[in-house]
Design a protein around this ligand. Sequence first.
Ligand code: FAD
Ligand code: SF4
Length: 327
Amino acid sequence: MEQFSYSRANDPAAAVGQVAADPHAAFLAGGTTLVDLMKLDVETPHTLVDVNPLPLAKIEVRGDTVRVGAMVRNTEFAYHDEIRRRYPVLSEALLSGATGQIRNMATVGGNLLQRTRCYYFRDVHSPCNKRQPGSGCSAIDGFNRIHAVLGTSDQCIATHPSDMCVALAALDATIEIQGSGGTRKVNSNEFYVPYGQDPAKETVLQHGELITAVEIPGRPFFAKSHYLKVRDRASYEFALTSAAIALDVKGGVIKQARVALGGVATKPWRSPEAEQALIGKPANNDTFKAAADAAMAGAKPQKHNAFKIELAKRTIVRALETVAAMA
Ligand SMILES: Cc1cc2nc3c(=O)[nH]c(=O)nc-3n(C[C@H](O)[C@H](O)[C@H](O)COP(=O)(O)OP(=O)(O)OC[C@H]3O[C@@H](n4cnc5c(N)ncnc54)[C@H](O)[C@@H]3O)c2cc1C
Ligand code: SF4
């Protein structure tokens, strides 16, 4: 049996050095994803570097931008006055996730890196290309009601589970990453990579790189925004469909729009097609329906999840109506 080790890191550079040097090491934040998956034998790190002591738990307003440290808990993030005032969509997305207890533990960095809820991924007895590359995908010919209809490949159709990340996609947030060679920033819409032939690779992160913060740009119209999540029960449940919407409406005409979708895609899904269908058009139901059609035009249903296409369209229209009524 492999020896297991655990240590606590006080310094980001030391944490990065420790994990980067050991292919079997992982950062431990709130543990609400990682410990679950370790219990199931889906993730099997030999070394855990606990990043809870790192000085990365501040929310700072820097002019137009808000910088949120990677160790900020989802609860504090959601209830922060400036987040609620500037980005209702983000506060609502955070509060729609999981439960109060889990949100008290879950961190920004961990939320960005939570893993799919595909049942076959979490069952080590089922073939799964994401867990064990080359073993096959049990979901494509299996029970795929919760799976994705956008961004899928013939290797994997798993849905990205996060709510927070859908709002961050709509807001064009930036993710700050610290590695052995220094710090870099990546737009949240480029952070997740398409599944292609290797669904085990989900993000641009290299092993050992630490997420240190998220930066959210300020745009006055982000204050007119909303997150709508549709799920099988009202709490403690992941999205079947969700929409993160922000609109800038002047004189009844849409000047700027942000549309991102959750529950339907392999990553938090920004929809430039929907945004283009909205900009310059009157803020009415015909426009909203056209935007919803545009967002889902490329959807590819599986045997059990075709219902998500219509449900996603209705989610988008309802969320657009809600935001338009605020304008
Ligand atoms: C029952 C249940 C229901 C849930 N429902 C929802 C839901 O409805 N919506 C939703 O969005 N989420 C939901 N979640 C997921 C939850 O939001 C995530 O588990 C949580 O955000 C993960 O954060 P964490 O700090 O606990 O991460 P951890 O479990 O500690 O870490 C997760 C991963 O991120 C890595 N990591 C952590 N921090 C960093 C960092 N700073 N840099 C680099 N790597 C890092 C870890 O190594 C690990 O691989 C649910 C979870 C549970 C258990
Ligand atoms: S959908 Fe992806 S995660 Fe689920 S079984 Fe197939 S390869 Fe694995």
